[in-house]
Design a protein around this ligand. Structure first.
Ligand code: KG4
Ligand code: ZN
Length: 343
């Protein structure tokens, strides 16, 4: 009988200190997520210096907790996986250094995982990615549409040419006076509103690229101008109008890809995929074209180490191990990752 593979995964790319033990690339044996969200909310966004210090303070405790909750011991772990890019440099370094020490002390192979790949592989928890599949990544740093051809082969169809959708959710929330992180607050507010503001539609072209900076600037200017004139902003209505336009742009590009490629599987990934309105709209679109649609459980949409353990599994099977010169990289988008890994 084939032996089960257990990977201990570490994620510290932004403001979550997280560790997980993942069995065979899809089963969560143990998961700890310690978020710093409340601290950063006081500053209106993540303060990198504070984030790395908090990772340093918390990471050993998170390891202890993850091992305590696990059904196995450190000796039974097959590999140590860690997010090395992209993210806040100081934050990534804490996780990378911790992973290297664990790898050396316990004599386990080290696996370097790209954070965005982690978001995609979160879809292996509970269902399992079917190939070929379309993948839409919507997070604080990314808006990318890809074709996953196999576990090790993918093609990028399009990306944002300016801001990511998560960034725009956060900026719109901020100008409306909502707390960081803005995405969930916009979602809540939008539920109470109606789409009564006329907003510009981004990128009405037939490429697979996205553009959100025009929409963002329009909303910021609108709020400032109306406030200066002493006019009231209907916050819920503006949140609802923004969300409708932003999500419509995503579904329009996915529909184009479904029609052009004929692909019958689709996965959604990244922090913004926690958004119920987006999940519903994408499900409806996929139903219309008989495309099988999956999105991770909300817990695995935002940053967590379980997804890193899932993304590490194919690399483990291919024996793609990192050496001890592994370093953190603040930027490495999906295109750069594909270029680096398909040579
Ligand atoms: O994937 P993630 O946790 O971190 C990155 O890798 O960037 O994504 C964070 C982003 C933030 O912009 C946050 O506002 C957004 O995901 N987000 C949401 C929701 N939950 C998180 N956006 C819209 N609706 C949500 N429910
Ligand atoms: Zn993320």
């Amino acid at each position: 009988m084939k032996k089960d593979v257990y990977i201990l995964a570490i994620e510290t790319s932004c403001d979550e200190t997280s560790m997980a033990i993942i069995k065979n690339g899809s089963e969560v044996d143990s998961l700890t997520i310690l978020t710093q969200m409340d601290t950063h909310a006081n500053f209106g966004g993540v303060v990198p210096e504070i984030a790395s210090r908090m990772h340093t303070e918390n990471i050993t405790m998170v390891l202890e907790e993850t091992l305590k909750k696990s059904s196995i011991s450190m000796d039974e772990i097959d590999a140590i996986a860690v997010t090395y890019a992209p993210g806040l440099l100081g934050s990534l370094l804490v996780g990378v250094e911790c992973a290297k020490v664990l790898s050396l002390v316990y004599n386990k192979p080290l696996i370097a995982v790209n954070h965005t790949m982690g978001h995609i592989y979160a879809n292996n928890i509970e269902h399992g990615i079917k190939y070929p599949s379309l993948a839409l990544i919507v997070s604080g740093g990314h808006t990318d549409l890809l074709i996953l051809k196999s576990e090790s082969e993918m093609e990028i169809l399009g990306s944002t040419i300016d801001d990511s959708i998560g960034e725009v959710y956060d900026k719109v929330a901020r100008v409306l006076g909502m707390k960081y992180p803005g995405g969930p607050n916009i979602e809540k507010s939008a539920r109470e509103g109606s789409p009564s503001y006329e907003l510009p539609r981004p990128m009405l072209d037939n490429s697979y690229n996205f553009s959100y900076s025009g929409l963002k600037s329009y909303i910021i200017n609108l709020v400032h101008n109306e406030t200066q004139r002493g006019n009231e902003i209907r916050k819920n209505d503006l949140a609802c109008s923004f969300q409708q336009v932003a999500v419509e742009e995503l579904t329009r590009k996915v529909e184009l890809a479904i029609k052009n490629t004929g692909i019958k599987n689709m996965v959604l990934a990244g922090g913004v995929s926690a958004n119920k309105y987006l999940r519903e709209q994408m499900q409806n679109l996929c139903d219309k074209y008989q495309v099988e649609f999956h999105v991770p459980n909300i817990l695995y949409c935002t940053d967590n180490a379980a997804m890193i353990g899932c993304a590490a599994y194919p690399l483990y099977k291919q024996k793609k191990f990192a050496d001890y010169t592994l370093n953190a990289k603040s930027s490495e988008n999906i295109k750069q990752y594909i270029d680096l890994n398909t040579k």
